[in-house]
Design a protein around this ligand. Structure first.
Ligand SMILES: *Cc1c(COP(=O)(O)O)cnc(C)c1O
Length: 389
């Protein structure tokens, strides 16, 4: 089945729920067993049954089933946020004495987790050039257990050669994790490109309406599912039922929403390329982008998030631009239906390869508003920029 069909069907069981289209929301802590025999039987399969709210309910499993189908993986574990999913995946796979390789372009808080948390437990991190490709083999040690990727990086948008990185990692006995939030699982098939663990901040495109925090870890094998699920259970982690419900509901419209995000982002990107204030539009679907060839090879689309590097302008002028916007909100958590803009400073979070600062850098999320209205809004912004410059 095609993705558009999968997202409308996966994880739903109307026949088991009076024909009701959407899975019900089970609010649960206590689960009552009808008899000691049923209790003893359920305890034999603690990860599968309905035993205790924290361990999983039909609501969490409906969401997990839908995400697993979307990502093309074996199974999914739901977590309370995207960051929680990233850190839980890492904790499930590493032990004291291990070495991990992390792309210089990963989500900032994951970097903080590696530097300020994993170090306390004797796990060492080396950051690598996102464009390293197969040469990552040179950074592998005997103790290298995991390679963390994110393609394209959600701040700097470098496209990574995931198949080459995966081949080198696997040759060294290491696993590959990717943060697949940008593609939402729709425009990049992680497991077909060699990834072992795909993590999404479902908070973003899957929920899609800026109203819930949710994360998902999808794995390719039963073995890795056991490792991730038992880690989540040991740490006492679980996603809330209402958030899982919103996640599975969001998935139903993901394909149409993402197509519109893509279309609006491309229209904005092309318009911005023609603006004299803009030094570079950082968007892998543009033929001029350094990551374009890899993107074309491995992705089937682009979502709504991209970067814009301005020519040098004073901070006050850039502030005036942002403050003048009406449709573009100033905020971080993208993937909702609304347009967003935020100034970013990727140079501060790099250690393997410097981020070349040309001028003020802005990250834009193209929402679902009318494209011409979005462009008109930015036009007002540029007028304010010049006024304040
Ligand atoms: C937002 C985001 C996360 C974290 O998700 P939360 O749900 O906010 O914790 C992780 N990775 C990427 C790429 C993100 O954009």
């Amino acid at each position: 089945m095609k993705k558009e069909t999968i997202v409308t069907t996966a994880g739903r069981r109307p026949k088991e729920n009076f024909g009701i289209v959407n899975p019900p929301v089970y609010h649960a802590s206590t689960v009552l067993f009808p008899s000691m025999a049923a209790h003893d039987e359920a305890r034999k399969h603690p990860l599968e049954g309905v035993i205790y709210g924290r361990m999983g309910t039909p609501t969490t499993r409906a969401f997990e089933e839908a995400v697993a189908a979307l990502e093309g993986g074996f199974r999914t574990v739901s977590l309370a946020s995207g960051l929680n999913a990233l850190t839980t995946a890492v904790l499930a796979l590493v032990k004291s004495g291990d070495h991990i390789l992390v792309s210089d372009s990963v989500y900032g808080p994951l970097r903080k987790f590696c530097d300020e948390f994993l170090t306390r437990f004797g796990v060492e991190t080396t950051y690598f050039d996102p464009l390293i490709g197969g040469a990552i083999a040179d950074l592998m040690r005997k103790s290298t257990r995991l390679v963390c990727t994110e393609s394209p990086g959600s701040l700097t948008f470098e496209v990574q050669d995931i198949p080459a990185i995966s081949a080198a990692a696997h040759a060294n006995g290491a696993l590959v994790m990717t943060d697949n939030t940008w593609s939402a699982g729709l425009y990049f098939q992680p497991f077909a490109h060699g990834v072992d663990i795909s993590v999404q901040a479902a908070t973003k495109y899957i929920v899609g309406h800026s109203d819930a925090m949710l994360g998902a870890i999808t794995v390719a094998s039963e073995e890795h599912w056991q490792m991730v699920k038992t880690t989540a259970v040991k740490l006492g982690l679980c996603a809330g039922p209402d958030d899982c419900y919103l996640g599975q509901r969001g998935i139903r419209t993901l394909a149409v929403r993402l197509a519109r995000h893509q279309q609006n982002a491309l229209a904005l990107a092309r318009w911005l390329q023609g603006r004299p204030e803009v030094a570079r539009v950082v968007h892998p679907a543009l033929p001029q982008d350094p990551g374009h060839q890899l993107w074309k090879r491995d992705f089937t689309g682009a979502s709504g998030l991209f970067g814009v590097m301005l020519r040098p302008f004073p901070k006050a002028a850039v502030d005036a631009l942002i403050d003048a916007l009406e449709l573009f909100g100033l905020g971080y958590s993208w993937g909702g239906y609304e347009s967003l803009i935020v100034p970013a400073h990727p140079e501060g979070a790099r250690s393997a390869v410097p981020w070349q600062v040309g001028g003020p850098y802005l990250r834009l999320h193209a929402g679902l508003e009318d494209s011409a209205d979005q462009i008109a809004d930015l036009e007002h912004g540029f007028a304010a920029l010049h006024k304040a410059a």
